[in-house]
Design a binder for this molecule. Structure first.
Ligand code: GUN
Length: 277
């Protein structure tokens, strides 16, 4: 039997469940994605978000600005916060350097913050309370659950401390009673730590960085990396080099990626529930 976890198949199962849930909601759901500037990678991410929303019957509004002042951007967000028919708001990152990302994100109502990046939602996450959580981190847990991977009691090593992946995963794994270690660019002797992982999650944005000598025999490896080179996508793990050592492993593309957009749609449903309880 293959040890490759098929993210597309898992995303499809999740999608069918989500369609049922969306159909049972009495109001139409709507996601607004705000993009500033002309980052080609962001264009791809936004296109994928639109596609999944259209497939699931969630209204999608893309507000794209070549340039906008920080004040006008915040005013736009505040207006959307007050529009009853807007369920979720997402500001595509990165923003141009002249805009203070933190200030802009804080302008989003925590009840509509489908990225889970506001201080209120980060606080909720780390105090194990209800709130919206970052989609990619949720996708990692979903993949492990659907692949029947036991999390409780396991040694989980996360490589990468980003706000959207590594950081939220600390809390999500702790909640599931794992023993969690987080590593980053300043970690010394990285290999010695990753080699102890039963579950290794890698989100560092370095093409095929993780090789065989970083991985324990029988480990479950989740590769969150998306590195583009000459139009081709590469993960953070050297898949061919490590695959035979792993009991389970995700591929790039076709691993975590398909789950991320599904979890975004799921977050729109969660946002609706939070606003209507
Ligand atoms: N840029 C790349 N991934 C993401 C994401 O998940 N959310 C936002 N807001 N920006 C991103």
């Amino acid at each position: 039997m293959s040890n490759i976890i098929d993210g597309k198949e898992i995303a499809n199962i999740k999608k069918n469940a989500l369609i049922k849930e969306i159909n049972s909601v009495k109001d139409k759901l709507k996601l607004v994605v705000i993009q500033v500037g002309n980052d080609p990678a962001s264009d791809v991410y936004v296109r994928n978000k639109r596609k999944i929303c259209e497939e699931l019957g969630i209204l999608f509004n893309h507000l794209k600005y070549e340039s906008i002042s920080e004040d006008d951007l915040i005013t736009t967000i505040e207006k959307l916060n007050n529009e009853k028919e807007v369920t979720g708001i997402l500001v595509q990152l990165p923003l141009p350097k002249n805009i203070d990302e933190k200030k802009v994100i804080e302008a989003i109502s925590p009840l509509k913050d489908v990225d889970g990046l506001t201080k209120a939602n980060v606080g909720n996450l780390f105090s194990f309370q209800d709130g919206l959580k970052p989609c990619t981190a949720l996708g990692v847990i979903e993949i492990l659950d659907c692949a029947n991977t036991k999390i409780e009691g396991k040694n989980v090593v996360i490589v990468g401390r980003s706000r959207l992946v590594g950081l939220p995963l600390i809390s999500l794994f702790l909640k599931r009673n794992a023993t969690v270690t987080i590593c980053h660019s300043k970690t010394e002797n990285l290999k010695d730590i990753t080699k102890k992982a039963d579950i290794l999650v890698v989100a560092i944005g370095k093409k095929e960085y993780i090789k065989e000598d970083y991985v324990k025999d029988g480990a479950v490896v989740i590769d969150v990396g998306i590195n583009r080179e000459n139009g081709k996508l590469y993960g953070d793990c050297d898949f061919e080099n490590i695959k035979d050592k792993c009991s389970k492993i995700t591929k790039v593309p076709g691993g975590v990626g398909p789950l991320t957009v599904i979890m975004l749609a799921s977050n729109v449903v969660e946002a609706y529930k939070l606003q209507n309880r």
